[in-house]
Design a protein around this ligand. Structure first.
Ligand code: CP
Length: 313
Protein backbone atom coordinates (compact mmCIF):
# COMPACT_ATOMS: atom_id res chain seq x y z
CA UNK A 1 0.00 0.00 0.00
CA UNK A 2 1.35 3.52 -0.84
CA UNK A 3 2.28 5.77 2.09
CA UNK A 4 0.18 8.85 2.84
CA UNK A 5 2.21 12.07 2.57
CA UNK A 6 -0.23 15.02 2.72
CA UNK A 7 -0.52 17.07 5.93
CA UNK A 8 -4.02 18.48 5.25
CA UNK A 9 -7.26 17.65 3.43
CA UNK A 10 -8.40 20.99 2.04
CA UNK A 11 -10.09 20.26 -1.29
CA UNK A 12 -10.48 17.51 -3.85
CA UNK A 13 -8.49 19.37 -6.50
CA UNK A 14 -5.25 18.94 -4.52
CA UNK A 15 -5.72 15.15 -4.16
CA UNK A 16 -4.33 12.83 -6.83
CA UNK A 17 -6.48 9.97 -8.16
CA UNK A 18 -4.27 7.38 -6.39
CA UNK A 19 -4.66 9.29 -3.09
CA UNK A 20 -8.46 9.22 -3.48
CA UNK A 21 -8.22 5.47 -4.20
CA UNK A 22 -6.17 4.99 -1.01
CA UNK A 23 -8.71 6.93 1.09
CA UNK A 24 -11.60 4.88 -0.34
CA UNK A 25 -9.73 1.56 0.17
CA UNK A 26 -8.87 2.54 3.74
CA UNK A 27 -12.52 3.52 4.36
CA UNK A 28 -13.69 0.08 3.22
CA UNK A 29 -11.50 -1.44 5.94
CA UNK A 30 -13.23 0.76 8.54
CA UNK A 31 -16.78 -0.61 8.06
CA UNK A 32 -16.17 -3.76 10.00
CA UNK A 33 -15.14 -1.75 13.10
CA UNK A 34 -18.48 0.08 13.07
CA UNK A 35 -20.32 -3.26 13.05
CA UNK A 36 -18.50 -4.82 16.02
CA UNK A 37 -20.29 -5.07 19.40
CA UNK A 38 -17.45 -2.88 20.79
CA UNK A 39 -16.96 -0.27 18.08
CA UNK A 40 -13.49 0.87 19.06
CA UNK A 41 -9.88 0.20 18.07
CA UNK A 42 -6.74 1.72 19.61
CA UNK A 43 -5.33 3.13 16.35
CA UNK A 44 -5.42 6.81 17.43
CA UNK A 45 -4.93 6.35 21.17
CA UNK A 46 -3.11 9.42 22.53
CA UNK A 47 -4.10 11.65 19.57
CA UNK A 48 -6.17 14.80 20.11
CA UNK A 49 -8.70 16.01 17.54
CA UNK A 50 -10.50 19.37 17.69
CA UNK A 51 -13.78 19.87 15.81
CA UNK A 52 -14.09 23.61 15.18
CA UNK A 53 -17.47 24.31 13.54
CA UNK A 54 -18.27 27.97 12.89
CA UNK A 55 -21.33 26.98 10.75
CA UNK A 56 -24.17 24.62 11.71
CA UNK A 57 -23.87 20.92 10.91
CA UNK A 58 -25.55 17.67 11.84
CA UNK A 59 -24.08 14.91 9.66
CA UNK A 60 -20.52 16.17 9.21
CA UNK A 61 -19.82 17.16 12.80
CA UNK A 62 -21.37 14.07 14.39
CA UNK A 63 -19.69 11.68 11.95
CA UNK A 64 -16.26 13.26 12.54
CA UNK A 65 -16.91 12.95 16.28
CA UNK A 66 -17.96 9.28 15.99
CA UNK A 67 -15.02 8.54 13.66
CA UNK A 68 -12.55 9.97 16.19
CA UNK A 69 -14.07 8.00 19.08
CA UNK A 70 -14.12 4.71 17.12
CA UNK A 71 -10.35 5.12 16.64
CA UNK A 72 -9.83 5.99 20.36
CA UNK A 73 -8.73 9.60 19.76
CA UNK A 74 -9.59 12.25 22.33
CA UNK A 75 -12.04 14.55 20.58
CA UNK A 76 -13.22 17.99 21.67
CA UNK A 77 -15.79 20.09 19.88
CA UNK A 78 -16.27 23.87 19.82
CA UNK A 79 -18.79 25.98 17.94
CA UNK A 80 -18.79 29.71 17.16
CA UNK A 81 -21.57 30.44 19.65
CA UNK A 82 -19.80 28.66 22.51
CA UNK A 83 -16.34 30.11 21.80
CA UNK A 84 -14.72 33.51 22.30
CA UNK A 85 -15.40 34.31 18.62
CA UNK A 86 -18.63 35.90 19.95
CA UNK A 87 -16.40 38.27 21.98
CA UNK A 88 -14.56 39.39 18.84
CA UNK A 89 -11.56 37.02 18.81
CA UNK A 90 -10.19 36.53 15.29
CA UNK A 91 -10.06 33.17 13.51
CA UNK A 92 -6.24 33.21 13.63
CA UNK A 93 -6.13 33.99 17.36
CA UNK A 94 -8.67 31.26 18.07
CA UNK A 95 -6.69 28.78 15.99
CA UNK A 96 -3.34 29.72 17.57
CA UNK A 97 -4.87 29.24 21.02
CA UNK A 98 -6.21 25.84 19.97
CA UNK A 99 -2.77 24.91 18.67
CA UNK A 100 -1.15 25.97 21.94
CA UNK A 101 -2.98 22.98 23.46
CA UNK A 102 -1.14 20.74 20.95
CA UNK A 103 -3.92 18.96 19.05
CA UNK A 104 -2.93 16.59 16.24
CA UNK A 105 -5.82 17.34 13.87
CA UNK A 106 -8.18 20.32 13.60
CA UNK A 107 -11.40 19.83 11.60
CA UNK A 108 -12.88 23.17 10.55
CA UNK A 109 -16.17 24.27 9.01
CA UNK A 110 -16.35 27.97 8.20
CA UNK A 111 -18.60 30.35 6.24
CA UNK A 112 -15.57 31.99 4.58
CA UNK A 113 -14.05 30.22 1.58
CA UNK A 114 -10.36 29.63 2.20
CA UNK A 115 -10.51 29.66 6.02
CA UNK A 116 -9.20 26.04 6.31
CA UNK A 117 -6.37 26.82 3.84
CA UNK A 118 -5.40 29.86 5.96
CA UNK A 119 -5.28 27.70 9.09
CA UNK A 120 -3.35 24.93 7.33
CA UNK A 121 -0.64 27.42 6.26
CA UNK A 122 -0.26 28.74 9.81
CA UNK A 123 -0.69 25.70 12.06
CA UNK A 124 1.46 22.64 12.72
CA UNK A 125 -1.64 20.49 13.27
CA UNK A 126 -3.22 18.68 10.31
CA UNK A 127 -6.30 20.56 9.05
CA UNK A 128 -9.37 18.93 7.48
CA UNK A 129 -11.86 21.13 5.65
CA UNK A 130 -15.40 20.21 6.75
CA UNK A 131 -16.92 22.79 4.35
CA UNK A 132 -15.83 26.37 3.62
CA UNK A 133 -18.35 28.84 2.24
CA UNK A 134 -19.32 28.02 -1.34
CA UNK A 135 -15.84 26.65 -2.05
CA UNK A 136 -15.31 23.02 -1.06
CA UNK A 137 -16.62 20.09 0.97
CA UNK A 138 -13.99 17.43 0.24
CA UNK A 139 -15.08 14.84 2.80
CA UNK A 140 -18.64 14.95 1.41
CA UNK A 141 -17.26 14.29 -2.09
CA UNK A 142 -15.16 11.40 -0.75
CA UNK A 143 -18.16 9.79 0.96
CA UNK A 144 -20.22 10.32 -2.19
CA UNK A 145 -17.51 8.60 -4.26
CA UNK A 146 -17.40 5.74 -1.75
CA UNK A 147 -21.20 5.39 -1.99
CA UNK A 148 -21.04 5.15 -5.80
CA UNK A 149 -18.10 2.73 -5.69
CA UNK A 150 -19.88 0.43 -3.25
CA UNK A 151 -23.09 0.53 -5.27
CA UNK A 152 -21.66 0.07 -8.79
CA UNK A 153 -18.28 -1.54 -8.05
CA UNK A 154 -16.54 1.34 -9.86
CA UNK A 155 -16.64 5.09 -10.41
CA UNK A 156 -15.24 5.19 -13.96
CA UNK A 157 -17.96 5.71 -16.64
CA UNK A 158 -20.79 6.01 -14.09
CA UNK A 159 -23.24 8.75 -15.20
CA UNK A 160 -23.84 11.20 -12.35
CA UNK A 161 -26.49 13.93 -12.69
CA UNK A 162 -26.33 16.70 -10.09
CA UNK A 163 -29.54 18.72 -9.94
CA UNK A 164 -30.30 22.04 -8.24
CA UNK A 165 -28.45 25.03 -6.90
CA UNK A 166 -25.04 24.32 -8.42
CA UNK A 167 -23.78 27.94 -8.09
CA UNK A 168 -23.94 28.10 -4.31
CA UNK A 169 -23.06 24.48 -3.56
CA UNK A 170 -19.64 23.50 -2.22
CA UNK A 171 -20.82 19.88 -2.47
CA UNK A 172 -21.43 20.27 -6.23
CA UNK A 173 -18.00 21.84 -6.74
CA UNK A 174 -16.19 19.07 -4.82
CA UNK A 175 -18.30 16.30 -6.35
CA UNK A 176 -17.64 17.54 -9.89
CA UNK A 177 -13.90 17.68 -9.16
CA UNK A 178 -13.83 14.23 -7.56
CA UNK A 179 -16.08 12.29 -9.89
CA UNK A 180 -14.49 13.67 -13.08
CA UNK A 181 -11.01 12.97 -11.67
CA UNK A 182 -12.05 9.34 -11.10
CA UNK A 183 -13.47 8.98 -14.62
CA UNK A 184 -17.23 9.40 -14.07
CA UNK A 185 -19.40 11.43 -16.46
CA UNK A 186 -20.96 14.38 -14.59
CA UNK A 187 -23.98 16.32 -15.85
CA UNK A 188 -25.51 19.28 -14.02
CA UNK A 189 -29.00 20.73 -14.31
CA UNK A 190 -30.86 23.54 -12.56
CA UNK A 191 -32.38 26.97 -13.07
CA UNK A 192 -30.07 29.01 -15.35
CA UNK A 193 -29.69 31.47 -12.46
CA UNK A 194 -28.13 28.66 -10.39
CA UNK A 195 -25.70 27.25 -12.97
CA UNK A 196 -22.30 28.99 -12.86
CA UNK A 197 -21.02 30.45 -16.12
CA UNK A 198 -18.18 28.29 -17.46
CA UNK A 199 -19.14 25.15 -15.51
CA UNK A 200 -18.03 23.13 -18.57
CA UNK A 201 -14.42 24.10 -17.83
CA UNK A 202 -14.70 21.98 -14.65
CA UNK A 203 -15.51 18.97 -16.82
CA UNK A 204 -19.30 18.91 -16.31
CA UNK A 205 -21.93 18.69 -19.04
CA UNK A 206 -25.09 20.85 -18.74
CA UNK A 207 -28.49 19.21 -19.38
CA UNK A 208 -31.17 21.47 -20.89
CA UNK A 209 -33.93 20.15 -18.61
CA UNK A 210 -34.56 17.88 -15.66
CA UNK A 211 -36.19 15.04 -17.64
CA UNK A 212 -33.11 14.72 -19.84
CA UNK A 213 -30.78 14.96 -16.85
CA UNK A 214 -32.39 12.07 -14.97
CA UNK A 215 -33.31 9.65 -17.75
CA UNK A 216 -29.75 8.52 -18.58
CA UNK A 217 -28.32 8.76 -15.09
CA UNK A 218 -26.94 5.96 -12.93
CA UNK A 219 -26.90 8.41 -10.02
CA UNK A 220 -29.27 11.35 -9.50
CA UNK A 221 -27.86 13.67 -6.86
CA UNK A 222 -30.39 16.22 -5.60
CA UNK A 223 -29.20 19.44 -3.95
CA UNK A 224 -30.96 21.79 -1.57
CA UNK A 225 -31.40 25.46 -2.51
CA UNK A 226 -28.72 27.25 -0.47
CA UNK A 227 -30.93 30.18 0.60
CA UNK A 228 -28.39 31.25 3.22
CA UNK A 229 -25.85 31.97 0.46
CA UNK A 230 -28.20 33.79 -1.99
CA UNK A 231 -28.55 37.56 -1.98
CA UNK A 232 -31.71 37.57 -4.17
CA UNK A 233 -34.47 35.06 -4.89
CA UNK A 234 -33.21 33.22 -7.98
CA UNK A 235 -36.55 31.59 -8.91
CA UNK A 236 -40.20 32.77 -8.68
CA UNK A 237 -41.47 30.32 -6.01
CA UNK A 238 -40.66 27.01 -4.33
CA UNK A 239 -43.75 25.56 -6.00
CA UNK A 240 -42.42 26.43 -9.46
CA UNK A 241 -38.96 25.18 -8.51
CA UNK A 242 -40.42 21.84 -7.39
CA UNK A 243 -42.36 21.50 -10.65
CA UNK A 244 -39.33 22.19 -12.86
CA UNK A 245 -36.42 20.82 -10.84
CA UNK A 246 -37.91 18.65 -8.09
CA UNK A 247 -37.55 14.87 -8.07
CA UNK A 248 -41.26 14.05 -7.90
CA UNK A 249 -42.92 10.62 -7.91
CA UNK A 250 -43.95 11.26 -11.54
CA UNK A 251 -40.42 12.12 -12.62
CA UNK A 252 -39.06 9.11 -10.72
CA UNK A 253 -40.59 6.95 -13.48
CA UNK A 254 -38.03 8.36 -15.94
CA UNK A 255 -35.15 6.92 -13.94
CA UNK A 256 -33.59 3.62 -14.89
CA UNK A 257 -34.66 0.89 -12.43
CA UNK A 258 -31.08 0.40 -11.27
CA UNK A 259 -30.38 4.14 -10.82
CA UNK A 260 -29.84 5.45 -7.30
CA UNK A 261 -30.83 8.74 -5.68
CA UNK A 262 -28.38 10.64 -3.50
CA UNK A 263 -28.65 13.83 -1.44
CA UNK A 264 -25.95 15.27 0.84
CA UNK A 265 -28.58 16.57 3.27
CA UNK A 266 -30.23 18.41 4.82
CA UNK A 267 -33.22 17.77 2.52
CA UNK A 268 -36.08 20.17 1.93
CA UNK A 269 -38.84 17.61 1.42
CA UNK A 270 -41.44 18.75 -1.10
CA UNK A 271 -39.02 21.21 -2.74
CA UNK A 272 -36.08 19.44 -4.43
CA UNK A 273 -37.29 15.95 -3.48
CA UNK A 274 -40.74 14.51 -2.80
CA UNK A 275 -41.04 12.72 0.56
CA UNK A 276 -42.06 9.40 -1.05
CA UNK A 277 -39.00 9.59 -3.32
CA UNK A 278 -36.68 10.44 -0.44
CA UNK A 279 -37.95 7.40 1.48
CA UNK A 280 -38.26 5.10 -1.54
CA UNK A 281 -36.27 1.99 -2.50
CA UNK A 282 -33.92 3.77 -4.93
CA UNK A 283 -32.44 6.18 -2.40
CA UNK A 284 -29.03 5.62 -0.80
CA UNK A 285 -29.17 8.81 1.24
CA UNK A 286 -28.66 7.12 4.61
CA UNK A 287 -25.92 4.91 3.11
CA UNK A 288 -24.11 8.18 2.36
CA UNK A 289 -24.28 9.05 6.06
CA UNK A 290 -22.92 5.61 7.07
CA UNK A 291 -20.14 5.95 4.50
CA UNK A 292 -19.30 9.37 5.95
CA UNK A 293 -18.17 7.78 9.22
CA UNK A 294 -15.94 5.29 7.35
CA UNK A 295 -14.36 7.99 5.16
CA UNK A 296 -13.67 10.25 8.14
CA UNK A 297 -12.15 7.34 10.09
CA UNK A 298 -9.92 6.65 7.07
CA UNK A 299 -8.79 10.29 6.90
CA UNK A 300 -7.95 10.44 10.62
CA UNK A 301 -6.08 7.15 10.29
CA UNK A 302 -4.05 8.20 7.25
CA UNK A 303 -3.24 11.70 8.54
CA UNK A 304 -2.00 10.11 11.78
CA UNK A 305 0.42 7.92 9.84
CA UNK A 306 -1.54 4.70 10.40
CA UNK A 307 -0.36 1.80 8.28
CA UNK A 308 -0.33 -1.15 10.69
CA UNK A 309 -3.23 -3.55 10.78
CA UNK A 310 -2.36 -4.38 14.40
CA UNK A 311 -3.78 -0.96 15.37
CA UNK A 312 -7.14 -2.10 14.05
CA UNK A 313 -7.55 -5.23 16.19
N1 CP B 1 -23.88 17.11 4.18
C1 CP B 1 -23.62 17.98 5.17
O1 CP B 1 -22.60 18.68 5.12
O2 CP B 1 -24.55 18.00 6.16
P1 CP B 1 -24.42 18.85 7.50
O3 CP B 1 -24.47 20.32 7.10
O4 CP B 1 -25.56 18.45 8.37
O5 CP B 1 -23.08 18.55 8.09
Amino acid sequence: MMAWTKKDILDIESLRANEIELILETAVGMYEISERPVKKVPALRGKTIVLFFVEPSTRTRISFDIAAKRLSADCVSISASSSSIVKGETLMDTAKNLEAMNPDIIVVRHSSAGAPHFLARNLKACVINAGDGMHAHPTQALLDMLTVKRKFGRIRDVNISIIGDISHSRVARSDIAGFTKMGAVVTVCGPPTMIPVGIETLGALVAPNMDEAVSNADVVMMLRIQKERQKDMLFPSEREYAALYGLTAKRLRLLRPDAVIMHPGPMNRGVEIAPEVADGPQTVILDQVTNGVAVRMALFYLLSGGRHNADMD
